[in-house]
Design a protein around this ligand. Structure first.
Ligand SMILES: [Zn+2]
Length: 241
């Protein structure tokens, strides 16, 4: 029954032509499907990095964060964690927070059963545990996709769903870091959750949007000059409570 409903809703989304409505429902700040974390409060920002870890990009990014004494939150993909658990261990040593970004970077709205959604989340939790981390407390659904079934799966597992305030569009891979930083910073305000990508979601060769993380040092320097304090998602939630 649930599978049938999900098939019907997936077909409806694909075929209805109500694309504008779909876009509005999928906006990161929409609360149509229940409470998600979109921002915190106070003169703080949370830097978050999605789709890693990535052997080429993430260690360099960790160097930048370490030099700047900034703790970030990494929404990792389980299959990428399995490939490079050592990078996750370094994140943990550095005091960064690990969040769940599913096992295969699946679009949860298009998984047809509660079991399939649960498996995506649980497998990523297992990969994080096997790398030496504690189970993640936060889930960021790939593509920002969440609906009742996805949110319910998160809630049953005690995971809070984290969206974002500031994110880059599809800038070309060669775009100068200064341009990327400017675009991102234009979307930042008190309590912002910033997303950048440091990985390829565990599909080597695709590259993903790994280039975005090269702008991290500029983003950090400019936000620091504006007096922002950098917090992990857990710290932001405590603050915002
Ligand atoms: Zn992603």
């Amino acid at each position: 029954m649930i599978a049938a409903l999900r098939i019907a809703s997936a077909v409806a989304i694909l075929a209805s032509g109500f694309f504008a409505l779909y876009e509005a429902i999928e906006a990161p700040s929409t609360q149509v499907f229940g409470g998600t974390l979109v921002h915190g409060s106070g003169h703080v920002v949370a830097l978050t990095f999605d789709d890693g870890p990535n052997a080429r990009t993430t260690p360099k990014l960790l160097d930048v964060l370490e030099r700047a004494h900034v703790r970030a939150t990494f929404f990792v993909v389980g299959r990428a964690v399995l490939r490079r658990p050592d990078i996750v261990r370094r994140m943990l040593r550095d005091g960064d927070e690990i969040g769940n970004h599913t096992q295969t970077h699946a679009h949860l709205n298009f998984l047809l059963t509660q079991k399939a959604i649960g498996n995506e989340i649980d497998a990523a939790q297992s990969a994080i545990l096997a790398a030496g981390g504690r189970p993640a407390r936060y889930l960021r659904p790939p593509f920002g996709a969440r609906d009742f079934a996805a949110l319910d799966a998160a809630r049953r597992r005690g995971l809070r769903v984290v969206m974002w305030t500031a994110m880059l569009g599809d800038e070309p891979a060669g775009a100068p870091s200064g341009d990327l930083a400017r675009q991102l910073l234009g979307q930042v305000h008190d309590g912002a959750i910033i997303v950048m990508h440091d990985g390829d979601a565990g599909r080597p060769g695709l590259g993903g949007r790994t280039y975005e993380s090269a702008a991290a040092n500029i983003v950090i320097a400019r936000l620091r000059a504006q007096g922002y304090r950098f917090v992990t998602i857990s710290q932001m939630v405590q603050h915002h409570a």
